[in-house]
Design a protein. Structure first.
Length: 134
């Protein structure tokens, strides 16, 4: 923020920073840059950038980063950077929940509540709280 106050940065300059951050693995920068190109109706470039962000998250999730796994699952859920795949999103949330990640449990329960997935009664533990989902 300080650098933008000292050195004004126009729209093209900001896109340059987003691209650099996306290439370093910052998926949020990839999404913002992809959204920019999507709204400019450059759909092919937008999809390429979304896919780059998605692939960055897959690597980070594979390295046991729960926050990145949550983000990856959300991208599966909304179909950004990949085909929409609710089952894969639910699988990731379920796996995180079973490992005691409360945010993973909340997202899994949200999918069940929104009837995006059906799940038989299951027992989950998140910290000191115990849940029975039916």
């Amino acid at each position: 923020i300080l650098s933008t106050l000292l050195f004004p940065c126009d729209e093209e300059c900001r896109r340059g920073f987003l691209l650099a951050d996306c290439e370093k693995g910052d998926f949020r920068a990839c999404l913002r840059l992809g959204d920019y190109h999507f709204y400019k109706e450059n759909f092919v470039l937008a999809q390429f950038i979304y896919e780059q962000g998605f692939n960055n998250l897959k690597i980070k999730c594979a390295n046991d980063s729960p926050e990145d796994c949550i983000s990856l699952a959300i991208l599966y859920e909304i179909g950004r950077g990949t085909e929409k795949n609710i089952d894969e999103a639910a699988y990731i949330f379920h796996d995180l929940c079973n490992k005691g990640n409360c945010e993973g449990c909340r997202h899994l329960f949200r999918l069940i509540d929104e009837r995006k997935i059906t799940d038989e009664s299951q027992y989950f533990q998140c910290g000191e709280k115990h849940y029975l989902v039916h």
